[in-house]
Design a protein around this ligand. Structure first.
Ligand SMILES: Nc1ncnc2c1ncn2[C@@H]1O[C@H](COP(=O)(O)OP(=O)(O)OP(=O)(O)O)[C@@H](O)[C@H]1O
Length: 254
């Protein structure tokens, strides 16, 4: 079995630092020379970042606090305007009319998930009322939601709990359940288990591994400060420092 460092040299960004335009394979996300600058300070928050997420790839994204990990995920999710660079999804720029399909395929999980009013079940049913999921004809699968709830060791009544009263770890769990039910092709995971106890972390890691294994085209980028977790979940490693990609194997962030 290869070490994370070996795997990085084979599959990490240092083997293909600047993939040529249009080379994103079907299903892939390609970011080239991304630049984001803080207008107030002129500091580069993302500084010439080029990454390629290929179908089936499992990326662990590490780096110190403030190094730009969340901003990179938001950029890959087409959430923030950039000051430079290009983004391709399945080899094409994501134009306005392609955004609904993109949003249905590429899901970003925030570290601190926002919960709407209502119950846990309401959080899970909400996306099906949004345009990008409605047009796919998908509907909420309560049985699948219950299976996930019960496989996390919780009672079915968890679905009826008011979301406002959930703990931070429970919110992350609900956000993950909601995302997995939507069966995305790509998950952009911003410290998705940072507030969970170790047993719940193990459940979340297993769910994401199962989701990934169910379709060889599925891929994710998982931000973590936990190097052992990165080694458990990922086969490729990206590290950011001060907005730049650097070539180092997973290590604890300071
Ligand atoms: N909207 C914004 N405008 C200006 N600066 C921002 C903005 N959002 C984030 N930043 C700054 O960009 C830098 C990178 O932020 P980011 O949230 O991506 O860090 P991170 O690597 O995810 O950190 P952590 O590990 O603590 O979550 C930080 O210094 C942050 O203050």
């Amino acid at each position: 079995m290869s070490s994370p460092a070996d795997r990085q040299s084979v599959a990490g960004q240092d083997s293909e630092p600047h993939p040529p335009p249009g080379s994103a394979p079907r299903g892939g996300l390609l970011a080239q020379h991304l630049v984001r600058t803080d207008r107030a300070s002129s500091r580069r928050l993302l500084d010439d970042v080029s990454v390629q997420l290929t179908p089936g790839q499992r990326v662990g994204l590490m780096g110190p606090s403030g190094s730009g990990k969340s901003l990179l995920l938001r950029a890959l999710a087409h959430l923030d305007p950039l000051d430079g660079g290009s983004l391709l999804w399945r080899g094409q720029p994501v134009h306005r009319d392609a955004i609904p399909g993109f949003r249905a395929s590429v899901l970003l999980l925030l570290q601190h998930p926002v919960m709407a009013s209502g119950t846990v079940e309401d959080q899970c049913t909400l996306p099906y009322r949004l345009r990008h999921f409605r047009h796919l004809g998908k509907s909420f699968d309560r049985r699948a939601a219950l299976n996930l709830v019960e496989s996390s060791g919780r009672h079915a009544a968890f679905l009826d709990q008011p979301a406002a009263r959930l703990s931070g770890g429970e919110r992350q769990l609900v956000a993950l359940i909601r995302a997995l039910l939507l069966e995305p092709q790509v998950l952009l995971l911003d410290e998705p288990t940072s507030a969970m106890d170790s047993a719940t972390v193990a459940v979340a890691e297993r769910w994401i591994a199962d989701w990934s294994a169910a379709d060889a085209q599925r891929s994710f980028v998982w931000v973590t400060h936990d190097a052992p977790q990165a080694r458990r979940v990922a086969d490729t490693f990206w590290t950011l420092q001060a907005g730049r990609l650097v070539d180092t194997p997973p290590q604890e962030s300071p």
